[in-house]
Design a binder for this molecule. Structure first.
Ligand code: BV8
Length: 241
């Protein structure tokens, strides 16, 4: 009854927020961070995803993000992303707050998206802050204005989250009737504090639910794409009791 319960809750809700993590994109081919095949299993995040690594170990930092950016070209949003875009178009959700930096929600057609950890497809100069084309970073260029180091607009460990995305997510989550958390281990602060701010129903869709399940009203174990397709089926043909 889990997918049908969620579909019923969605139909009853006036305001539904979806919070996504890297598990939302693994079915597109992009690894997550902390699973067996995740980025952080072979790479220590302190060496590539901190301000210190940008300043003191720039070549490694740049190579890591160049590789992530290049690999995005080989992948595309999957059925689960498309379902979420469709839900927005049908008025079933008010906002996707995402930790993902791949822009797949927007590529699939979602407009209401708050990028809590920024993205890796836009670039700025670490020194003067000016935006530059993605190609400059991929081609190892320095800042055209001040010769500073270029970087993606991603939130590195130790950096604060984009204020607008954070405030928007917080406001929506506090007013939501329903929050659906998809594909995240909820290990990273401060995003892992967001579900607890929800006063409505709280749902967790994840492959591995062991660590987080007791904090949720409903837990659905499975892949995002399969579970969303199942929920979507019930949304379109609700069970009448
Ligand atoms: C901050 C870079 C205030 C971007 C990322 C000790 C020392 C230093 C710092 C800290 C510390 N303790 C706490 C901190 C704070 C730190 C933090 O939380 N660290 C943790 C990890 C210990 N946080 C910060 O630094 C944040 N900023 O606190 O600012 C501040 C500032 C200055 C001084 C003081 C305070 C900034 C956080 C930025 C994080 N950036 N990486 C990049 O390269 O992409 S982290 C990385 O984790 C990604 O960005 C990602 O978005 C994020 C969250 O990960 P998840 O999405 O949850 O991915 P994960 O792999 O963990 O889980 C995936 C799940 O999906 C799994 O459960 C899996 O089973 C499931 N799954 C897989 N496939 C599927 C699936 N489920 C369903 N379907 C599937 N198909």
């Amino acid at each position: 009854m889990t997918a049908s319960t969620l579909a019923q809750w969605m139909l009853q809700s006036n305001s539904t927020l979806i919070l996504t993590g890297a598990g939302m994109s693994t079915e597109s081919g992009i690894p997550d961070f902390r699973s067996r095949k995740g980025w952080w299993k072979n790479t220590d995040p302190r060496t590539v995803a901190t301000v210190e690594s940008l300043q003191q170990n720039y070549e490694l930092f740049r190579e890591f993000y160049q590789m992530r950016i290049q690999s995005l070209m080989d992948f595309e949003p999957h059925r689960g992303h498309e379902i979420l875009a469709n839900w927005e178009a049908r008025g079933h959700l008010s906002l996707i707050a995402t930790q993902n930096v791949d822009r797949f929600h927007q590529q699939a057609g979602n407009h209401a998206v708050a990028e809590l950890h920024g993205n890796i497809v836009t670039i700025r100069c670490q020194s003067c802050g000016k935006p530059l084309p993605l190609g400059h970073f991929v081609d190892n260029a320095v800042c055209t204005y001040c010769k500073g180091k270029l970087r993606p607009n991603v939130v590195l460990f130790g950096e604060t989250l984009p204020q607008e995305a954070w405030n928007r997510s917080l406001k929506e989550i506090q007013g939501a009737d329903l929050v659906i958390v998809i594909g995240t281990s909820l290990e990273v602060y401060p995003v892992n504090q967001l579900p607890a701010m929800c006063k409505g129903r709280l749902v967790y869709i994840n492959l591995d639910v062991a660590g987080n399940s007791r904090n949720f009203d409903l837990v659905i174990q499975g892949t995002a794409g399969e579970v969303l397709a199942e929920v979507d089926k019930y949304l379109q043909e609700p069970i009448v009791e």
